[in-house]
Design a protein around this ligand. Structure first.
Ligand code: TRP
Length: 456
């Protein structure tokens, strides 16, 4: 066994350790399950024509997402520092260069950019919690629900206020540290979210349009699949699993040694994918039942689910619970998005966690106004991929995360020696060989193929 100086120095991390294997799985699940599953997956699938996109997305999750996630966790646990420092240390230790720290740096930046718009949409869900309580959706039709969305999102002051409140909540938790409270919240939230998705699914089945929704989601029409949609599917796989930016690496740094990385990754990927598919199955029948269009964009969930709640018995109750849970899910993801940048500032500038969190949080809050205004005042201000929001989303999901994932798998598969990785994965058997083939060949070549074809 090779000596591992970086890790040996600290068998536990500077920032504290997870109390158990379950706590780690809960934290990573909490970061993975969020707006990406319920808000983003259905709308991006809708914009990209459904079936073929969903199939490519699932293939990306299994063949690329899984090995990237395992690589991130094993790198994180071996380095036991923030992603920048970890990549630097391991780069040197494995006989390459400290410049691998750039991967961590770009990842931290991706987290900041993602949270800048993520927080805005999380603000929408906070506002929808209040709308649900007020009963405005009871018995409402598609026009009324659509008008609610347009008038809310059209008011930049309200959206800005909701974004501000959400960032305040996120700063509060991150400043307090990794463990407290988070585990309990996720332990309750994920099962509750699953149950509510099943309630919605029940309603969708009762609309009589369920079959149409299933056909849309699962019948691939490869004629309509462009390289742009394949890249969107790859980007969505990275986004929803929280990989490619060092967040899972940062969490891995707090992982006790005996935990199985493969088992933890499989659990997270399964939970995350199930919730996304359930969300799609609940939403698309509603789209067809109400004469809406699947390619409606970022408002899709907010224009469909309230229709279901408005018709169902106990709708005010279920709707309120649903948006509270979704806000919670967004909150546990926001924590993960800030973690790499915060951990870096704490270590690099020797600041307290609270100071680092406030600095990072204020920066994100400020950048977030670009997205707040993208849906109202600046909605006609378009360049490259579209509005400011569209550009930040494209740059992060479709460029930064896949490139980050590419470099992470190259690092784990080619730069780190065989022993270091099998040591962290705790096996050198078939499972290890399978991971290594995916990390060395399948994932990097797959990512490169998609990136190259999509930009040509
Ligand atoms: N996976 C989150 C979601 O689906 C979003 C996300 C992307 C994220 N990258 C992350 C969350 C990193 C935490 C850390 O909503």
């Amino acid at each position: 066994m090779l000596s591992n100086q970086a890790g040996d120095a600290r068998r536990s991390s500077l920032h504290g350790n997870w109390s158990s294997r379950m706590a780690f799985i809960l934290a990573v699940t909490g970061s993975a399950v969020g707006l990406g599953n319920i808000w983003k997956f259905p709308y991006v699938a809708g914009q990209n024509g459904g079936g073929a996109f969903v199939l490519v997305y699932l293939v990306c999750v299994v063949l690329i997402g899984m090995p990237v996630m395992m690589s991130e966790i094993l790198i994180g646990r071996r380095g036991r520092r923030n992603p920048v420092r970890t990549m630097e240390l391991l780069g040197r230790e494995e006989g390459s260069t400290g410049r691998w720290r750039l991967v961590g740096g770009v990842g931290g930046l991706a987290g900041i950019l993602i949270l800048s718009y993520y927080s805005v949409v999380a603000g929408w869900t906070l506002a929808y919690t209040l709308k649900s309580v007020s009963g405005v959706f009871s018995g409402a039709g598609p026009e009324q629900v659509g008008a609610q969305f347009d008038s809310f999102v059209g008011d930049w002051r309200l959206v800005g206020l909701a974004h501000t409140i959400f960032m305040g909540l996120s700063i509060f938790v991150v400043a307090r540290g990794v463990e407290r409270g988070l585990e309990q919240a996720v332990r309750f939230m994920v099962p509750a979210l699953l149950v509510l998705m099943l309630v919605l699914l029940g309603y969708s089945i009762s609309t009589g349009y369920f079959a149409q929704g299933v056909v849309f989601m699962f019948t691939p029409d490869f004629e309509r699949l462009t390289w742009g949609s394949v890249l969107a599917a790859l980007g969505q796989a990275f986004f929803t699993l929280s990989i490619g930016m060092g967040a899972v690496m940062a969490y891995g740094a707090y992982l006790p040694e005996e935990t199985s990385i493969t088992g933890a990754s499989a659990a997270v990927v399964t939970a995350d994918t199930s919730i996304a598919i359930l969300a799609g199955l609940a939403i698309f029948p509603l789209v067809f039942a109400n004469g809406l269009t699947p390619a409606d964009g970022p408002g899709l969930v907010f224009n469909t689910l309230p229709l279901a709640f408005g018709q169902m018995a106990g709708g005010v109750f279920f709707s309120t619970i649903f948006f509270v849970l979704l806000s919670f899910a967004a909150w546990t993801s926001a924590i993960g998005l800030m973690e790499p940048a915060v951990a870096w500032i704490v270590e690099h500038f020797d600041k307290t966690r609270a100071q680092a969190t406030v600095a990072v949080g204020l920066l994100i809050w400020f950048v977030g106004f670009g997205s707040v205004l993208s849906f109202n005042v600046l909605s006609d201000f378009e360049f490259l991929a579209g509005t400011i929001y569209d550009n930040i989303d494209y740059l992060t999901s479709n460029v930064m995360l896949p490139l980050g994932g590419l470099l992470i798998t190259i690092f784990a598969g080619w730069v780190m020696c065989r022993n270091s990785t099998s040591d962290e994965l705790g096996t050198s058997g078939n499972l290890f060989r399978f991971w290594r083939v995916l990390a060395r060949f399948v994932a990097p070549i797959g990512i490169l193929l998609v990136l190259i074809n999509a930009v040509r």
